[in-house]
Design a protein around this ligand. Structure first.
Ligand code: ACO
Ligand code: ZN
Length: 158
C-alpha cells in the first residue's frame, strides 16, 4: 500500500499540534514544558507523522539508565517510549509502526540496548502494535494508571 504520511523530527513549532493529539487520543496528558524538555534532551527520538501538511501522530521518548532486564547484569541505556498517538482519521495506515521504527533508530543512536514502555492492559490496539514490532510483555504493573488500571510493561531488545 502507498504510504500517505511522511515522518520527520519534532520541532518546537509542532508543540500545539502534538499537545492536541495527545489530549484527543490519551488520558495521560502532560504540560508543554514536559514535551519541550524531552525534545531538548532527546531530539532523535521525538518524531511526528505528517499527512497533507498536518501532523497526525507523534512518538516521544526518553533515554534512561537501568538494570538490564535479561540476566546480562550491569547497567544499560534503555529507550522508554513515553507517549505515542495517531489521530483516529490517520489510523491503520502504518503510521504508528513507522513512528516506532524511527524512534528505535534514534534510541540506537543514543546507544540504548533495550526499549520498553507501559500500555494499558485493555489497549488491544497498542498491545497488538507492540507485539507486531517484537515487544514482549515482561511484567504487569498493578494499578499503574491514575484510574487504577494495570499496565503491561513491554520490552524489546535493540
Ligand atoms: N486493532 C488491532 N491491531 C491493531 C490496531 C487495532 N485497532 N491498531 C494497530 N494494530 C496493530 C496491527 O497489527 C497493525 O498492523 P496491520 O494494520 O497491518 O494489521 C499494527 O498494529 C500497526 O498499526 P499502525 O497502523 O501502525 O497503528 P496506528 O497508526 O493506527 O496507531 C495506535 C496505533 C498508536 C495504538 C493508535 O491506535 C492510537 O493512537 N491509539 C490511542 C492512543 C494510544 O493508545 N497510544 C498508545 C498508548 S501506550 C504508550 O503511549 C507507550
Ligand atoms: Zn512510561
Amino acid at each position: 500500500m502507498q504510504q500517505t504520511f511522511k515522518l520527520r523530527k519534532f520541532t518546537p513549532d509542532d508543540l500545539q499540534s502534538v499537545l492536541q493529539i495527545n489530549r484527543v487520543c490519551l488520558p495521560e496528558n502532560y504540560t508543554d514544558v514536559f514535551f519541550i524538555d524531552l525534545h531538548q534532551r532527546f531530539p532523535e527520538t521525538f518524531i511526528v507523522a505528517e499527512e497533507g501538511g498536518k501532523i497526525v501522530g507523534y512518538v516521544m521518548c526518553r533515554i534512561e539508565v537501568g538494570l538490564a532486564s535479561l540476566s546480562l547484569g550491569g547497567l544499560i541505556r534503555k529507550g522508554h517510549v513515553v507517549s505515542i498517538a495517531v489521530l483516529p482519521q490517520g489510523r491503520r495506515k502504518g503510521a504508528a509502526q513507522a513512528l516506532m521504527n524511527k524512534a528505535i533508530e534514534g534510541m540506537r543512536y543514543y546507544k540504548a540496548k533495550q526499549c520498553y514502555l507501559e500500555v494499558r492492559v485493555s489497549n488491544s490496539a497498542g498491545v497488538a502494535l507492540y507485539k507486531k514490532l517484537g515487544f514482549e510483555v515482561s511484567r504487569t504493573s498493578n494499578g499503574y494508571y491514575s484510574d487504577n488500571e494495570d499496565a503491561y510493561v513491554m520490552t524489546k531488545t535493540l
